[in-house]
Design a protein around this ligand. Structure first.
Ligand code: NAD
Length: 500
């Protein structure tokens, strides 16, 4: 048996993935076919919505801390398969091993977070103006949640949504990226093992996966039996989904493209800055929504910092992400490499100067490998304002902090941002109400690599959604204001009289 067949067998998807038909999964590492997942259509999507609704009828009656127990078991299953699932993430998404494992760790972390949350779905008690009345605000289960996910986080995005949805009393329907279906198949198998251990209290179809392309995503998004659609992907996809969901007055939670910047001020620790740039601009081969794309550096340091960065970039090991020491794996496919080439050609035509990289790297035959590029730009021209999902770092200079913050905020996207500085005044200005306009703002660390404890998401074209930590769980619940009269009279609010 081949190594891949063995891996799929250990993940308990060997048979399902070896049908030879349906949605094909190809590794970006070498173009090899890894296996297949089913390919569903709109009718199957509709049947899944119906099954999710019936699972909801039972699941909402299970006490939240018991729902948390199911998520605890899911976390246990994932701990057990962390190494294998991490390897599958590497094979399907092309991440280096450490990032593949890190992604599964993130899933385990959100499970732990959700277990604690299952005992903390707190409401409020409110003072009523009416005698012998009391008021409460409570949070009720909402209904099935559709999770549309992108290729670059083939399991973490699902878990950010599903772990919270499940403790909130909501079934999950997952439409994973068509580029990473086997990771979804393996994760669903882990969920099913957890549900079997949990027992009959977990209704059938609490978690379902619908495999397919944009058309099945569209069909599910249009389905009124799914009150919340959480969609992660490009801004183009988010615009389409938001309009579909709005047309039926459903709720959407959007996690879309980013165009994240770093401001480097004269007091910055340059060694730390170089390390911060390297991880956030070239990690995951520039294919994170939070990847660093714009470096806004004070004009007095630009030459010094660029010298150091070019040196660091020129020693970057690009190649097979399964190998120890490699830091930059492949792009997801040839289309992504073409977008990389096109963006660089446009940058040159807009006055940019490619300082390093920008060409194809050898890598493994059958994969799309590139050398991460640094491009000095005269200003924030069209190409800089657009997210190209590849390792291109545009460098701009500034004179004073207000100008740097204005450049940071000029992008149409508003996901993540950061400043490198040793000045408390500069850091706090960046973090103030007139500082960065993004959902995430960091000091002396890059814009990528968020922890699950904080609310994750961004403003403007990033879509405005928040997931994962803090009070993001409230999006998965229905808020209810309750008033109870425990007296014998019927006093009306605002002193209104209506005597019959
Ligand atoms: P994509 O938009 O091509 O696809 C994402 C998902 O949406 C896939 O499952 C796809 O099948 C589905 N889809 C596409 N069009 C659809 C439609 N009209 N209706 C319903 N579903 C549809 O994105 P991608 O190339 O897989 O991922 C890269 C993008 O995702 C980047 O823009 C990146 O910034 C973004 N992203 C954002 C976050 C975040 O949290 N903000 C996280 C990861 C990725």
């Amino acid at each position: 048996m081949s190594k891949i067949a063995n891996l799929l067998e250990r993940l308990e998807i060997g048979r399902a993935a070896s049908t030879g038909q349906g949605l094909e999964s190809r590794s970006p590492i070498d173009g090899q076919v890894l296996g297949h997942a089913p390919l569903h259509d709109a009718a199957e999507a509709s049947a899944a919505a119906a099954r999710a609704q019936s699972a909801f009828q039972a699941w909402r009656r299970v006490p939240a801390p018991r729902r948390g127990e199911l998520v605890r078991l899911l976390g246990e299953e994932l701990r057990r398969i962390k190494d294998d699932l991490g390897l599958l993430v590497t094979l399907e998404a092309g991440k280096i091993r450490s990032e593949g494992l890190g992604e599964v760790q993130e899933v385990i972390d959100i499970c732990d977070f959700a277990v604690g949350l299952s005992r903390q779905l707190y409401g409020l008690t409110l003072a009523s103006e009416r005698p012998e009345h009391h008021m409460r605000e409570t949070w009720q289960p909402l209904g099935p949640v559709l999770v549309i996910s992108a290729f670059n986080f083939p399991v973490a995005v699902w878990s950010w949504n599903a772990a919270l949805a499940l403790v909130c009393g909501d079934p999950a329907v997952w439409k994973p990226s068509e580029k990473t279906p086997l990771t979804a198949l393996a994760t669903q198998a882990a969920f099913e093992r957890a549900a079997a251990r949990f027992g009959a209290e977990a209704p059938a179809h609490l978690s379902q996966v619908i495999f397919g392309r944009a058309d099945v995503g569209e069909a599910l998004a249009a389905d009124a039996r799914i009150p919340l659609v959480s969609a992660t992907g490009s801004t183009r996809m988010g615009r389409a989904v938001a309009q579909t969901v709005a047309a039926r007055l459903g709720r959407s939670l959007l996690e879309l493209g980013g165009n994240n910047a770093m401001i480097v001020t004269p007091s910055a620790d340059l060694e730390l800055t170089v390390r911060g740039v390297a991880f956030s601009a070239v990690g995951t081969c520039g294919q994170r929504c939070t990847s660093l794309r714009r470096l806004i550096v004070h004009e007095s340091l630009a030459d010094n910092l660029l010298d150091r960065l070019i040196k660091a970039y020129e020693s970057l090991p690009v190649g097979d992400p399964r190998q120890d020491g490699v830091l930059v794996g492949p792009l997801i496919d040839e289309g992504a490499a073409q977008a990389f080439d096109d963006a660089l050609a446009q940058a040159r035509s807009e006055g940019g100067q490619v300082l390093t990289g920008g060409d194809r790297a050898e890598g493994v035959p059958g994969g799309a490998y590139v050398r991460p590029a640094i491009v000095r730009m005269p200003g924030q021209s069209d190409v800089v304002m657009r997210e190209t999902f590849a390792p291109i770092l545009y460098v701009l200079t500034y004179r004073d902090l207000d100008e740097a913050i204005a450049l940071n905020n000029a992008a149409p996207q508003g996901l993540s941002s950061c400043i490198f500085t040793d000045s408390a005044r500069e850091a706090e200005t960046f973090l103030s109400g007139w500082g960065s306009d993004c959902g995430i703002a960091n000091v002396n660390l890059g814009p990528s690599g968020a922890e699950i404890g904080g609310a994750f998401g961004g403003e403007k074209e990033t879509g405005g959604g928040r997931e994962s930590g803090s009070d993001a769980w409230k999006a998965y619940m229905r808020r209810q204001t309750q008033t109870v009269n425990f007296g014998r009279g019927l006093p009306l609010a605002q002193g209104v009289r209506f005597d019959v």
